[in-house]
Design a protein. Structure first.
Length: 175
């Protein structure tokens, strides 16, 4: 009984310490909610560059993805799609499916990158590979993108998806 109580107490302490150490992510979210975009970027940039000392939880790729989104979608006339693409590529390379799908949309629209439907399909399929709450939406978009591909492009893109997944996101279309 005492062992069980100590184990529960250790688990609670672990959760509490993790919560306290994740303050940079929360503070960045608060700054974003207040439309303090530069402050949010500054708070997340340290995490995006250095990771986090929290065991079993490293918000580094989430911070990279969020910085990309701030650069792409801020509403103060200071948006910078080139900077967004740079951050999304970093997060995508680490497996962040939101960043991967953001790249898919960018390639589809030609926003910040040269329009490339084959890359759009590849990134949409890569982002849809993981079970997530957005997986269905990613697959729907991938299906739409695929309809615009020739048979050769579809074959090439399907191979690119597999190479990307098999390489742990190292050999993906980062051009």
């Amino acid at each position: 009984m005492l062992k069980r109580g100590l184990l529960i107490l250790a688990f609670i302490a672990f959760i509490y310490v993790g919560f306290q150490m994740s303050g940079g992510m929360r503070a960045g979210q608060d700054a974003l909610a207040g439309k303090n975009y530069d402050q949010a970027i500054a708070l997340w940039e340290e995490i995006a560059e250095n990771g986090s000392p929290i065991p079993f939880f490293n918000p580094q790729t989430k911070a990279q993805q969020k910085i990309g989104h701030v650069h792409a979608f801020r509403d103060d006339e200071k948006d910078d799609i080139d900077e967004a693409i740079k951050w999304w590529k970093r997060a995508a390379k680490s497996g962040n499916e939101v960043a991967q799908f953001s790249l898919a949309q960018s390639y589809w629209e030609g926003h910040g990158v040269e329009q490339n439907i084959e890359h759009a399909y590849t990134w949409a399929m890569v982002s849809a590979d993981k079970k997530s709450k957005s997986q269905r939406r990613y697959l729907v978009n991938a299906t739409t993108y695929k309809k615009s591909l020739t048979a050769d492009q579809a074959t090439s893109a399907t191979k690119a998806v597999q190479v990307c997944l098999d390489s742990g996101f190292e050999d993906c279309p980062y051009k």
